[in-house]
Design a protein around this ligand. Sequence first.
Ligand SMILES: NC(=O)NCCC[C@H](N)C(=O)O
Length: 484
Amino acid sequence: MLTDKSTNPTIHVSSETGTLKRLLIHSPDGGLGKVVPSKAQDWLFEDIVHLDTMRRKEYDYYVKILLSFLDPGKIKGKLAQIDQDASRSFYIPGSENYFNSDYVIDIQKLLAEILENESVRTKLTAAICGIERCSYRVQEELNGYDADELAKIFISGAYSGEKMLFAPLPNLIFMRDIGIVINNHLLLNKPAKNARTRESILAQFVFFYHPMFAHIRENIIEIPENEHHFLLPDEEKASDYHRCTLEGGDVMMVSPDHLLIGCSERTSVYAAQQVMKLLFQKDVVKKITIVKIPKKRDYMHIDTIFTQVKKNVWVLLGSLARLGDEARKKDVLHFFGPENTNKELRILQFVKGQEQTPIEIENLEDLLSSISTEDLGSTEKVRFIYSGNNEFPYGEREQWTDSCNLLALKDGVVIGYDRNDKTLEAFRKEGFRIISAENLLNEFENDRLSPDSLTDTFITLASAELSRARGGSHCMSMPVLREL
Ligand SMILES: NC(=O)NCCC[C@H](N)C(=O)O
């Protein structure tokens, strides 16, 4: 494995809760403030958002917490000064006071860096202008912009004078979905929704051209389209068995040998099969579990239904798990229900070399327990925390606002939204400290707590605006380096 100056790898992820060392993010850019009601749904937002509130009161805290854990020198002792700056220049790539961390990295910064290279700039500008149907003259004009400005235009869709050129990319804040690190390989996505196509082209260029990924270039995996794709009638093309789409929220690296892939509204069975074939061929993992969830906007990706909190602790949506199955079976007439009502979630596990004889796993809890005990070797009792404390109707309500979508900064220390009261109550009952990002930052600043000594903690993030974008902390992160 290639490394940076030290002997440590720069890209490697083989668990969901090992101490996070480096990740990609994207702070909400001007494009989010330009979503109009008539396009909100097409652009995969449920509502328009108030950009300034989303930044200052919500996302900026996410960044400050990430820096406190991953690159404390950038923030320690400077909190008051950062908070006083009305221009927020600390958070804006390319600005004078930008935090410019090598560990908490905004993709906009990497994009600007690759655009310094003339040949890359020309190619990427042509690619973007092609999909956005820009005239040749616009293409020439764009080529003349400096790298920082061009990166901003490609992401926000607007010139700095605010004039719009093409649609914004409001979903780029959900970095998880554009690619996923699997051990020392990087799997690129194939977005299911048109609104996310430009994101994946930008990501492709960043991963293939930025020096940060140069040593793993051979390890970048792109999923091949069905070779007969262009010959198929449109309705067949759309079927799950021919459509080739995959988004990062459906891929979870749970242990060095074991990968989960969700088949969902966004990730097709065909793409999952292709990924399985490639990863087994390249010997990247030994076991792949396919978790098929209902194709429903509410669920979107598997990371909206469950995430890992600690080696032996998971948060999940009860109605799709064993509890939900048991409740449905109590309904005496379930037997006559439409096919699949009684089995909304199916799990098949494939082991390399025995792909023809997969094992069906009965329910989510059984799968997650086996990951904790067999894959991760946890000897402690496996615990499940249910969305909304599994009380009707809070389980579904809080799942919709990302109660199950948590990012682990280290084993047992997670960050998630503050609005899911019943889920937080359930965490408290399981012995977790609940503390707001703002209070925790003050505790760090005054040396009353430290990231290293923190255990079993749920850090809450204000979420009135962020949750309208339909994703949580897990979705907003793309880990590239974690300890085991
Ligand atoms: N991994 C995730 O679940 N990502 C959330 C993506 C939300 C975004 N508005 C979308 O619909 O694609």
